[in-house]
Design a protein around this ligand. Structure first.
Ligand SMILES: [Cu+2]
Length: 295
């Protein structure tokens, strides 16, 4: 018995060394970007002030899950090796062991309780809704996004302006960097979901319901956005681009929209949908000029 136990230990040790060798080789082969992304457990680089609270929750949850998972596997492995036996006698039974049963009933509640506590903390940061510097009315419609910018934030433009897309031309959303923006979400047709991955948060867009959230984009760049709620045939076309730009560029973009005559508010589906008679057309408007490439 002693010899085979020794052997099992040696085989286990060799396996562990081989596995960590493979893991190290994989890590060493990664670019700096990939390694950084591994450290964020798959999240993109955060694009808002508020995102870090969600990022910390995400990483903390994985660490907690890792600690618990590894402990459980280690215990299973230890029991399997330590108490393995060649005889077929019924092993000692531990049913109705009260301390044990209390432990495995209470332990999951402790885990859930800790996760719940930190989720509430993160949620409080994300839903603080500070007074915004500007407001964008976001309309999710089958199957594009319309963004309405209020003139109040940029008096030099002098009017509210909007922009939209079609299933063949994705929409763009412009935001000034380091300004707090409130998104008011509405839909004239079915449920959609407004998602910009670098914000780390998304929110459903539900007809007849006043959903909103507030973020402060703090990184200039062009980011992807999409509908995250299966909303119909061309759901996959509900993509948009978020341009987080300087204040001057933001103002210039709004002026361009005003010059194109895209003034006032477009709160329904403003553009006829080019695919058959799908979509709604409650307010015909000039088709938007192409911005950037087509998809
Ligand atoms: Cu959608």
């Amino acid at each position: 018995v002693g010899v085979s136990r020794d052997r099992a230990r040696r085989v286990g040790l060799r396996g562990a060394v081989a596995l960590s060798g493979v893991a190290l080789t994989l890590l060493a082969g990664c670019s700096a970007d990939t390694t950084a992304q591994l450290k964020r457990v798959g999240l993109p680089v955060a694009g808002t002030v508020q995102a870090s609270s969600i990022g910390d929750l995400w990483i903390g949850t994985w660490i907690a899950a890792g600690v618990i998972g590894i402990s459980v596997w280690a215990l299973i492995g230890w029991v399997a090796l330590r108490y393995r036996s060649n005889n077929n006698d019924m092993p000692k039974q531990n049913r109705y062991n009260l301390p044990m049963e209390i432990f495995y009933t209470v332990a999951p509640f402790v885990v859930i309780g800790v996760l719940f506590y930190y989720t509430v903390l993160a949620q409080n940061v994300v839903q603080k809704n500070p007074t915004p510097d500007l407001t964008v009315d976001v309309v999710g419609q089958k199957w594009a996004w319309t963004f309405n910018y209020e003139s109040a934030a940029v008096p030099s433009v002098g009017t509210d302006v909007w922009e939209t897309g079609t299933i063949n031309q994705w929409s763009t959303l412009y935001l000034p960097v380091n300004k707090t923006v409130r998104f008011n979400l509405s839909s004239p047709d079915v449920n959609h979901s407004f998602w910009v991955p670098v914000f780390y948060e998304k929110m459903d867009v539900i007809p007849g319901r006043d959903n909103h959230f507030t973020v402060t984009p703090n990184r200039e760049g062009v980011f992807r956005g999409k509908c995250a709620e299966l909303c119909g045939t061309y759901h996959s076309s509900m993509l948009f681009e978020v341009h987080v730009v300087s204040e001057a560029d933001y103002e210039a973009h709004l002026k361009t929209l005003a010059d194109r005559g895209q003034t006032g508010k477009a709160l329904g589906a403003a553009i006829p949908n080019p695919v058959g008679d799908v979509g709604t057309t409650d307010k015909p408007a000039p088709a938007p000029a192409l911005q950037g490439g087509t998809r």
